[in-house]
Design a protein around this ligand. Structure first.
Ligand SMILES: C[S@@+](CC[C@H](N)C(=O)[O-])C[C@H]1O[C@@H](n2cnc3c(N)ncnc32)[C@H](O)[C@@H]1O
Length: 267
């Protein structure tokens, strides 16, 4: 086993963080699991649209569902509330233009986000300096894409050294069975998404959004209208209600329906 201190230098690992614009692949650990992850990471979705007028709107013409997943709310695209998943955005092979209504997450984080010292969580958090409408895109949870084994190793290291954990596991379901698992760790390489805290009554939600790659981006969206200066947070367990097993950390979210513990990170 590698030395614990190899990868995790000190408690406030933020200063060592490399800022990335989108997810990157973990280092090769020689495992078959890694090879599978790398193959997926290097694969491209082949479905492209032929929506020639620059705008995707017709379901028959646009295999991505046109702009039906997002709608225009005054000045910006927002996720529709009756959204049927999964979300596939238009991509570089599509014939529509960059302004088509089916491109949102690929355009990067919204402006007017601020990293601040959150008094509630006694650590860093993210807040907005302006009002945000329900359904608006906040940012991607970008970091290293890691295998299940590597995530378990990193979580164990974090737990044993008392470090914060940034590993997030997004599970997608098909007919109530888990169909895809995407695991992202922005501890060493990440973006602003890494600073969003967990809440049992969040104002944001996470969604799987695919652009060119079969591995989805973890998109963070406003789940209700959010006022300026509110802290942004999402439920780390997604929609899932997990049994409280293993070592659980006390939840500081302070919401009325707080479960008392943060969702555990067991996969
Ligand atoms: C993704 S980071 C969030 C940003 C973090 N607060 C920071 O300063 O970098 C996740 C870590 O934040 C802390 N955290 C997030 N939500 C929390 C909550 N509801 N209760 C207690 N700690 C929380 C935990 O230490 C957790 O491991």
């Amino acid at each position: 086993m590698r030395d614990l201190e190899d990868n995790y230098d000190h408690e406030d690992n933020e200063n060592d963080m490399e800022y990335i614009l989108e997810c990157v692949l973990m280092e090769d650990d020689g495992s078959d699991e890694y090879k599978e992850l790398r193959n997926n990471y290097n694969s491209q979705l082949t479905q492209s649209c032929k929506c020639s007028k620059g705008v995707c709107s017709d379901l028959a013409e646009c295999p991505h569902g046109g702009a039906y997943k997002y709608s225009s709310n005054k000045s910006e695209l927002v996720l529709k509330s009756n959204n049927s998943l999964p979300i596939f955005e238009c991509n570089g092979s599509c014939e529509c233009g960059i302004n088509c209504g089916n491109r949102l997450v690929q355009n990067g984080p919204r402006r007017d986000l601020e990293i601040f010292d959150s008094p509630l969580y006694h650590s860093k958090g993210v807040r907005t300096t302006v009002n945000i409408p329900q359904g608006a895109f906040i940012c991607e949870y970008a970091g290293e894409l890691i295998t299940k084994t590597e995530s378990q190793r990193r979580i164990e290291v974090n737990d044993s050294l008392g470090y914060m954990n940034y590993v997030l596991c997004l599970k997608e379901f098909a007919s109530e069975e888990i169909s895809e698992v995407t695991i992202v760790d922005p501890c060493r390489r990440g973006n602003i998404g890494r600073y969003l805290n967990h809440s049992c009554q969040p104002n944001c939600q996470i969604m799987a959004v695919r652009v060119e790659c079969p591995i989805p981006k973890i998109g963070i969206f406003a789940s209700r209208d959010i006022h300026a200066l509110e802290e942004l947070c999402f439920h780390y367990g997604g929609e899932e209600t997990r049994p409280k097993t293993g070592s659980c950390k006390i939840c500081l979210c302070g919401s009325l329906n707080c479960s008392g513990f943060m969702p555990n990170t067991e996969m």
